[in-house]
Design a protein around this ligand. Structure first.
Ligand code: TRP
Length: 457
């Protein structure tokens, strides 16, 4: 029976929804902090290479699988490749659940920052006491309620279905986020720390790179672009046949990368401009977005009183448009495979993911046993461990599966046809070579190097 599948309402609809999924805490929170931890320059360069050489081809490949199959990831792989390939889909769903569980915790922090900034805007800014952020992280009831609030908001939207909602929301939010970010960048670039920040970000020092930092850059690229777990397969299944998959992929990747770089330039500049901040940061780089930024809003920026709360509303919204896409991957699987109603699927998925969120929420300081163990060097606690396993192992593995599938098992003519004019162009053979050879070899080599070297940081 031919069912009419929902489609994005406009040509731009997909690009905006996919950008909504891609642009999130990965850009605003994680990119600046992992770049800081990896000492900038060389890491940024590797990240950019990963985005161009792996990000664009894999984004194209995922969307292509979704549009070809007109299904969500697990059944899409089954339909196009046969039963065994669904393993790639299942791996993705698992990774999606894991990411969602800790993503909710950090997303919750944006609600807190909003609350705090709103208070400062009304009552006047007072610089928080030393260690205030640490106390916040160790406050179990607060962490749990913020996480629960974000979880409920996500569940509500996923339960309502994303149809017109997510497209309309991203259409308003994305330009607004970009405008505020550019304003922030403009203000930051007038500050003293600018040169030091730009040097750290764009002057590569390759002596700082290890196999694990390479894998971390690749993992960050997957995470930031929402690749490797089938989110783009799901969204791609709603894209219209007229749209150019390649062009849309390039647009999403470019936008996502620009947002990450702008966020990093702004934050690094602030850090270097405020006396003593760069030294005191070493212990809590995780808090950059939530600790360092508010200070600039109130002490340095004209209009900061209004912009600070507005900015955190947008951070929360950017996070929400990402958690929705993560949630949709799991929920659409329950609907497709178990035949559950959307309500039941959302309830079960939310409940399971929240169990993971409880552990993650208590692992940033509240419960020492959950916060301090180190399975991987430098990644203490449940939240960091889950993040490391999902982003740096599961997503690259998922990406590997997708590229091998599209490059070697999907019929060449099917691929060409799905890519339209791009499938006939000269660049197509470069793309195919990246998908067939470069991406699988690079990902495999990195995973092996890191495992053989036991270089787990
Ligand atoms: N890309 C999002 C971010 O940067 C996170 C995210 C949303 C994601 N959906 C995903 C990551 C699917 C991997 C896969 O914040």
């Amino acid at each position: 029976m031919a069912m009419t599948r929902a489609h994005w309402g406009s040509r731009l609809g997909f690009v905006l929804a996919a950008s909504g999924s891609a642009v999130g805490l990965g850009n605003l929170w994680k990119f600046p902090y992992v770049t800081w931890e990896n000492q900038g320059g060389a890491f940024v360069l590797v990240y950019l290479a990963a985005v161009v050489l792996l990000g664009v081809p894999i984004m194209t490949a995922e969307i292509l699988v979704g549009r070809r199959a007109q299904l969500s990831p697990v059944p899409a792989f089954e339909k196009l490749g046969g039963g065994g390939w669904s393993a790639v889909g299942w791996l993705g769903v698992a990774a999606g659940g894991v990411i969602q569980s800790y993503y909710m915790v950090i997303a919750g922090w944006s609600l807190w920052s909003f609350y705090q900034c709103a208070g400062w805007s009304l009552g006047g800014y007072t610089s928080p006491a030393d260690g205030a952020f640490g106390e916040f992280l160790a406050n179990a009831p607060l962490q749990l309620s913020l996480t629960a609030t974000f979880t409920l908001a996500t569940a509500y939207i996923v339960w309502r279905g994303i149809g017109g909602g997510i497209e309309t929301a991203t259409k308003i939010m994305m330009p607004l986020l970009l405008a505020i970010l550019l304003y922030l960048l403009g203000t930051a670039l007038l500050m003293d720390g600018r040169d030091q920040a730009l040097r750290m970000l764009f002057l590569p020092d390759f002596s700082t790179l290890r196999a694990s930092s390479l894998l971390e850059a690749v993992g960050q690229a997957f995470f930031s672009l929402s690749l490797g777990l089938g989110a783009m397969i799901t969204y791609g299944s709603y894209i219209s046949k007229e749209e150019s998959i390649f062009r849309s992929s390039v647009a999403v990747v470019a936008l996502d990368t620009a947002v990450a770089l702008i966020a990093a330039v702004a934050m690094f500049t602030i850090i270097f401009s405020v006396e003593g901040l760069s030294e005191s940061l070493s212990g809590s780089t995780v808090g950059m977005l939530f600790v360092t930024l508010p200070e600039l809003f109130y002490t340095q920026m004209p209009g900061g009183v209004l912009l600070a709360p507005a900015f955190y509303v947008l951070v929360a919204a950017a996070a929400l448009s990402s958690t929705i896409s993560l949630g949709e991957v799991v929920v659409s699987l329950f609907i497709d495979r178990m035949g559950w109603t959307r309500g039941k699927a959302t309830l079960v998925a939310t409940g399971v993911v929240f169990l993971g969120s409880i552990l993650a929420a208590l692992s940033v300081g509240a419960v020492p046993a959950l916060s301090s163990f180190e399975l991987f060097a430098g990644k203490a606690g449940v939240l960091s461990t889950l993040d490391h396993v999902a982003a740096n192992l599961l997503l690259p593995l998922g990406g590997l599966g997708t590229t091998v599938f599209v490059g070697w098992f999907l019929g060449r003519e099917d691929v060409r046809e799905e890519l339209g004019a791009f499938g006939q162009s000269a660049v197509f053979s470069v793309w195919l070579w990246l998908v067939r050879v470069v991406a699988p070899v690079a990902i495999t080599a990195l995973l092996i190097a890191v495992f053989m070297g036991k270089d787990f940081s």
